[in-house]
Ligand binder design. Structure first.
Ligand code: RTP
Length: 155
């Protein structure tokens, strides 16, 4: 293991409106839980246009930007903060390539999506952006950093 992979990181994961509309919320959350990451923030949220534009500000010059903003604001999204060792890169692997047709089977997009413009989920691309995006999408008090109990639940 390289040192940076052993660091506890935070990432912002968002189920996009198509993921909510298609009833994929449980399936997507489940993949991150089963991998072993820790959920520290979760809400269903109707994103205002200004927030979508801020989140995707690096893509402002792209021709698809207006369509992207319409897509993200077309219905509620599920905002999540996840914590864990190497969670940023690992979540991007679990999500798969931006174009779902290029995403490997076994990844979320590889298994569940077809179009780049309807690719069901977002994941931060760096630890810095993970922190930036969590601060952008969550208010103070909406996040819980919790410690898993060591005792078995059933005895
Ligand atoms: P995301 O930020 O949503 O996790 O996606 P990403 O890093 O895999 O891809 P990025 O290049 O940052 O693009 C952000 C989102 O914009 C939409 N997109 N549409 N040619 C197109 O129509 C196009 N290209 C990108 C996708 O929803 C993509 O996830």
């Amino acid at each position: 293991l390289v040192a940076s992979m052993e660091e506890v990181e935070e990432t912002y994961i968002m189920i996009k409106p198509d993921g909510v509309q298609r009833g994929l919320v449980g399936e997507i959350i489940s993949r991150f839980e089963k991998k072993g990451f820790k959920l520290t923030g979760l809400k269903l949220f109707q994103c205002p246009k200004e927030l979508a534009e801020e989140h995707y500000k690096d893509l402002k010059s792209k021709s698809f930007f207006p369509k992207l903003i319409d897509y993200i604001t077309s219905g509620p999204v599920v905002c999540m903060a996840w914590e864990g060792i190497g969670v940023v890169a690992s979540a991007r692997k679990l999500i798969g390539a931006t174009n779902p047709l290029n995403a490997e089977p076994g990844t979320i997009r590889g298994d569940l999506a077809v179009q780049t413009g309807r690719n069901v989920v977002h994941g931060s691309d760096s630890p810095e952006n993970g922190k930036r995006e969590i601060a952008l999408w969550f208010k103070e008090g909406e996040l819980s950093s919790w410690t898993p109990v060591q005792e078995p639940w059933l005895t």
